[in-house]
Design a protein around this ligand. Structure first.
Ligand SMILES: NC(=O)c1ccc[n+]([C@@H]2O[C@H](COP(=O)([O-])OP(=O)(O)OC[C@H]3O[C@@H](n4cnc5c(N)ncnc54)[C@H](O)[C@@H]3O)[C@@H](O)[C@H]2O)c1
Length: 269
């Protein structure tokens, strides 16, 4: 083990969705801490652009909806680097079009539900299944990205939020089945995080609603989530498994209606 347990010297990490906002920040951080990264994404041009900036990194085209593509991601990484220490399942079916279709259950399109589960739940399971034999060899670990929405009810995104809750239970199942085999499995649950995509797409009035319920002065940025994911992936978290690390500026940690209480006690009601 390195003297600094937060470092990744000699280790290899796959980051799915590594071309996106949070995934790219995590790939940069693990690389800066000495790890070799495989940036896996359906947006291969962006993955290649990032990999070119990071010493020894590779880009892999990944479509999590495809079993063959997901298994090939693991095989390609092990073939290239000779080992796999960290699988970071960060990719998810996202975007303004998807979010617009993903409302409450009464109005849910079966096709949208199935696609969400195919990418988020089935894709994550297939990646874990293919990675586990390699992770066992090096006592590696898995970090799954979930969401604060997996832990709280909301008016919207019933498919997305319940798929993320399924990943939390998969996290615990893997931690239980593989802990004695030397493999840890944890999840990081971001709250609203200001990625370039969200900065562009999220309505400012709704952003204010979230900011008011956040205990920190500002919303998190991708680097904040990267720090939490990298901690879980590192030996610094060697005694942590089967856990969900909520990284949301305290949004999920207080009584309902805190923004209203704040306004009441400050006399603004
Ligand atoms: N940004 C937030 O506010 C927030 C909040 C809670 C949870 N999260 C979670 O954080 C993770 C990263 O989100 P982000 O905000 O960086 O989003 P993003 O859209 O910037 O990145 C997601 C990446 O996943 C990739 N991807 C999508 N479908 C894929 C597929 N089928 N195969 C392979 N790659 C695919 C995209 O190309 C993209 O690069 C996601 O799991 C998301 O659910 C984000």
């Amino acid at each position: 083990m390195s003297a600094d347990a937060t470092r990744f010297d000699g280790k290899v990490a796959i980051i799915t969705g590594g071309a996106g906002g949070i995934g790219a920040a995590t790939a940069r951080l693990i690389s800066a801490r000495g790890g070799k990264v495989a940036v896996a994404d359906i947006m291969i041009d962006r993955a290649e652009g990032l990999a070119a900036e990071l010493p020894g990194a590779i880009a892999i085209h990944l479509d999590l909806e495809s079993e063959a593509s997901t298994e090939a991601m693991i095989a390609t990484t092990v073939q290239h680097f000779g080992r796999l220490d960290v699988l970071h399942n960060n990719a998810a079916l996202l975007g303004p079009d998807i979010a617009q279709q993903d409302g409450d259950v009464e109005h849910m399109a079966t096709a949208l539900w199935d696609r969400t589960y195919a990418v988020n739940v089935r894709g994550t399971m297939i990646a874990c299944r293919a990675a586990l034999p390699h992770l066992r060899e090096v006592r590696g670990n898995i970090v799954n990205t979930v969401s604060n929405l997996a832990l709280q009810g909301h008016l919207i995104q019933a498919a997305y939020s319940s798929s993320k809750a399924a990943i939390i239970q998969m996290t615990r199942a893997i931690a239980a089945s593989h802990g004695k085999l030397g493999v840890r499995c944890n999840a990081v649950a971001p709250g609203m995080t200001m990625t370039p995509a969200l900065r562009e797409a999220f309505p400012p009035a709704l952003r204010k609603v979230v900011e008011d319920e956040t205990l920190r002065e500002q919303l998190g940025d991708p680097e904040d989530i990267a720090e939490a994911a990298a901690f879980l992936a590192s030996d610094a978290a060697r005694n942590v498994t089967g856990q969900v690390l909520v990284c949301d500026g305290g949004g999920a940690s207080h009584v309902p209606g805190l923004a209203g209480f704040r306004s009441f006690f400050s006399g603004e009601h």
